[in-house]
Design a binder for this molecule. Structure first.
Ligand code: PEP
Ligand code: MG
Length: 882
């Protein structure tokens, strides 16, 4: 026979799934012998059965009746007894706390008769009337679904009439009048009278809790948090104790440590003569726990003792709700408390010092996203701000500065020491100089894998993308907000790359001490937070199996990445080296009229590439550096048709224009990219390979330890890799014999086309390593253009719950993930020595890192600033492994 109801005395904290968090912890506190008012919990199973069938399951009413009878016997009073009533509270409690579900109903059992009994028994008419008006208010809103304002307005109106400001200044007669008003409101607005039968009050309250599982807010929250819809909520029914019985009573909330900063020592708020939510509702000013020590020293001391005990017992920060009923302390709730990122790190570290937990457990208690929050500048929490638009939070942190609309102005102003925010519709490689000197980048188009986002993340620049409510007029040097307000160049603006928010004016930004410390800087002496982050990331390095590399394209990024813990470069995008003044050399290559012209262009590029690679190999000396052959569509290196007008040489102009026509593609991302370029532009691959090997020779001669890996992008069939590999090997042999020194190297490929993943056993015969390019693999698996969807239909998909999260952000395990797994298994089956990694944006995403660990990749590669996050999550992946 199913048992749907459990007394508090019958459960413990391991039974969250059935008793809900609240019920399980009340049971645990009861088991510990703490002063918990008795009660019982109706399990989540009952809720699930109710929601399935549309009515209470058989036997539930009887079980509730039986448990209520024992509660009445234990308390020596009957529910709603007109002479001296037992009152109960009814609360929802799912296994995970969930905003949007029904809140509490207190004082169930009061009616027009028992309110007099309560007054007589307590000798306090005001208290009895106050309790009844609270019941009517809570029952009216939470059970009958009336709007809160109907009750609040009546209360405010009465206070106004009496010339008082606080509800404790209303006397018993006032409250009796309010009770009449509330009953009239209920009858008029709900079409039924307030139920006078206490058991009916209880039954309706229980049903309302069950129904609240499916409120819109609760459903939305579950969707966002990935909580299954079929868990249901438990309900706790507990004998009332009263904090509203005058000045010797009150209610409070407390934390065993400060949940905002992590500082040691209990922290809390207390409100005299108050009940339920009063203390957090801000109706009167609360006092601190130190003040409680003066008001009621005995209860204060007992509370401190209990909190210490709870923290030891739960081995973690606890938050609690308590009530003092005429000098007697009662515990109403406890749970492991929520905390900020800073508090999470500090408390985990403190608890290791205190011998409460070990370092592994400390790592389980902090997350990569918390670390990410700590690594970036943030807006000063106390400063007011006005949001004017919202886009995609594409590269985290906060930035404030004057608006500029082009790269050149950004560079000029930054050189004068001014803070600028570069605002563009979208960015292109031409914007790189401006992006690198701006505090932040804001675009109205594109999402998390747009050019702006990827580049900004690589540079550690704050970035908000796809704020499409903004009408950006680059030539007019202004942008128009949705309400018609105009922001002109040089006006101040602030952006939050974590949340995607855009704020008007200048919002002060505070630096991240953690970033300074992780980046090799010196920590402020005795900074506990920095110490905690260092200790936990160091432990993560000892625990993790995955190695962590950086996506870095310059020696500067490489140095930075190494400081942040990178164990090599997993992706060096060489196309970024052909920008700015060098772009002309690519143009030369494309428009060359004969072999001589081509050779001259390639030679010029060769010496520049050699310098690039030498510097990067030096910065990563002794560590692997994966250099990818040029990837993007060639036309990106040609001038726009408009700019062509400025070309003075008519012959060159005509050739450029012809090349533009020739290279124009309907779908450039599906066109002449990656390895395909190598087959189209003779000598390009050989030039890049030669630059790599000659850089290697230079490093060897300088006493270095270069470990280059050449990576071929966008391979779809083994034959492509076979041909390109032969070409690269020939160059390696040539360089070795020319210089008399052989540079060690590996040749591998990106796996970023679905076909490549599905034929990986063929491809692996020509590869020393695979690096999964999950950006393109996601784009090509879903048929979602990575540059467009995040600004077009993806937000709708997320809002409507078609997708829980963008597949460009967290790896889609069932689809793209299955291809990665297939590629890995097929690749290893043909080549046991194959080294495997991932270099798409997912390489720095906490949830994705766990998946990559689980399937057995060897490394992840991500933007330099995400490296500490990836190190931490790679360790957590090992520790959380079931
Ligand atoms: C990828 O496709 O995942 C990748 C890393 O390459 P890119 O983003 O440069 O296309
Ligand atoms: Mg790619």
């Amino acid at each position: 026979m199913t048992r749907y109801v459990h007394d508090f005395a019958d459960g413990d904290m391991t039974q969250r799934d059935r008793l809900g968090g609240k019920g399980a912890n009340l049971a645990e506190m009861t088991k510990l012998g703490l002063p918990v008012p008795p009660g019982f919990t109706i399990t989540t199973d009952a809720c699930v059965a109710y929601l399935d069938r549309g009515h209470e399951p058989d036997g539930l009413a009887e079980e509730v009746g039986d448990h209520l009878s024992s509660l009445e016997a234990a308390m020596g009073r009957r529910l709603g007894d007109p002479r001296d009533p037992l009152l109960v509270s009814v609360r929802s409690g799912a296994s995970q706390s969930m905003p949007g579900m029904m809140e509490t109903v207190l004082n169930v059992g009061l009616n027009d008769r028992s309110v007099a009994g309560l007054a007589r028994a307590s000798g306090d008419e005001r208290f009895a009337a106050d309790s009844y008006r609270r019941l009517l208010h809570m029952f009216g809103t939470t059970v009958l679904g009336l709007v809160d304002s109907a009750f609040v307005e009546a209360l405010d109106g009465l206070k106004h009439e009496r010339g008082v400001t606080e509800d404790i200044q209303l006397d018993a007669a006032d409250l009796r009048q309010l009770i009449d008003t509330y009953q009239r409101i209920i009858s008029a607005k709900s079409g039924r009278d307030f139920p006078q039968d206490p058991r009916e009050q209880l039954a309706l309250s229980l049903r309302a809790v069950f129904d609240s599982w499916n409120t819109e807010r609760a459903i939305l929250y579950r969707r966002q948090e990935g909580i299954p819809d079929d868990l249901g909520t438990a309900v706790t029914v507990q004998a009332m104790v009263f904090g509203n019985r005058g000045p010797s009573s009150g209610s409070g909330v407390a934390f065993t440590r400060d949940p905002a900063t992590g500082r040691r020592g209990a922290y809390g708020d207390y409100l005299q003569n108050a009940q339920g939510e009063d203390v957090v509702a801000g109706i009167r000013n609360t006092v601190s726990l130190a003040d409680l020590a003066h008001i009621d020293p005995a209860s204060h001391d007992e509370l401190m003792g209990i909190m210490e005990r709870l923290e030891k017992h739960y081995r973690d920060l606890c938050d609690i709700e308590f009530t003092i009923d005429d000098g007697k302390l009662w515990m109403l709730q406890t749970r492991v408390g929520k905390r900020t990122a800073e508090a999470a790190f500090r408390i985990a570290d403190q608890m290791v010092d205190e011998g409460v937990i070990d370092l592994d457990e400390a790592l389980r208690r902090v997350t990569g996203s918390q670390l990410a929050q700590l690594m970036f500048p943030q807006f000063d929490a106390s400063s007011p701000r006005q949001r004017i638009a919202r886009g995609v939070g594409a590269s985290p942190g906060a930035a404030s500065g004057e608006v500029v609309f082009d790269s050149a102005t950004a560079t000029k102003l930054a050189a004068e020491g001014r803070a600028v925010i570069l605002v563009r519709r979208e960015t292109t490689p031409d914007d790189l100089p401006g992006m690198s000197v701006a505090r932040g980048v804001l675009t109205s188009r594109g999402g998390k894998t747009s050019h702006a986002a990827v580049v900004a993340r690589g540079m550690g620049r704050v970035c908000v993308c796809g704020a499409d409510e903004l009408d950006i007029d680059i030539t007019g040097r202004r942008m128009t907000l949705p309400d018609g307000t105009i922001v002109r160049e040089h006006e101040p603006l602030s952006i939050d790359g974590t949340t995607g928010e855009v704020f008007s004016g200048h919002v002060p930004v505070t630096d991240s001490v953690v970033m300074r410390a992780l980046g090799g800087g010196r920590a402020e002496s005795g900074d506990e937070l920095v110490g905690a982050v260092r200790r936990l990331t160091a432990h993560a390095d000892a625990v993790r199996r995955l190695s962590v590399r950086a996506n870095a394209d310059t020696a500067e990024d490489a140095t930075n990445a190494r400081r942040l813990g990178a164990e090599g470069i997993g992706l060096c995008r060489t196309e970024h080296m052909f920008l700015g003044p060098r772009r002309r050399l690519i143009e030369d290559l494309i428009v060359a009229e004969d072999a001589d012209g081509q050779r001259a262009a390639l030679d010029a590029l060769l010496s520049l590439q050699r310098e690039d690679f030498t510097a990067i190999l030096a910065a990563m000396d002794g560590l692997p550096v994966t250099i990818r052959l040029i990837d993007p569509p060639l036309h990106e290196f040609l001038p726009e048709a408009d700019d062509l007008a400025e070309e003075p040489d008519p012959r060159r102009k005509q050739r450029l224009s012809a090349a533009l026509d020739r290279l124009r593609e309907q779908n450039p991302m599906l066109g002449l990219r990656g390895v395909r370029l190598g087959f189209t532009i003779p000598g390009l691959v050989r030039m890049q390979a030669r630059a790599v090997f000659e850089a290697g020779v230079e490093r060897l001669r300088a006493g270095g330890d270069p470990r280059p890996e050449i990576m071929v992008p966008l391979v779809s069939t083994a034959a492509e890799l076979r041909v390109i590999r032969e070409e690269i090997e020939t160059v390696a042999e040539d360089v070795a014999s020319e210089h008399g020194i052989a540079v060690g190297y590996r040749i591998g490929t990106m796996i970023e086309v679905p076909r490549a993943a599905l034929t990986a056993e063929d491809i692996a015969r020509f590869a020393d390593f695979f690096s999964f390019g999950t950006n393109d693999l996601t784009q090509l698996t879903w048929g979602f253009s990575r540059d467009d969807v995040e600004a077009s239909f993806l937000p709708t998909y997320l809002d409507r719950g078609i997708l829980p999260i963008s597949p460009f952000e967290t790896i889609d395990v069932e689809g793209v993930g299955a291809l990665v797994r297939a590629g890995l298994e097929r690749g290893r089956s043909a080549n046991a020595a194959l080294h495997l990694g991932v270099c798409g944006e997912h390489g720095g995403d906490p949830a994705s890192v766990r998946f990559f660990d689980e399937i057995g990749l060897d490394y992840v590669s991500c933007s330099p600033y995400r490296i500490p996050v990836a190190r931490l999550e790679a360790a957590r992946a090992v520790l959380m492994d079931p």
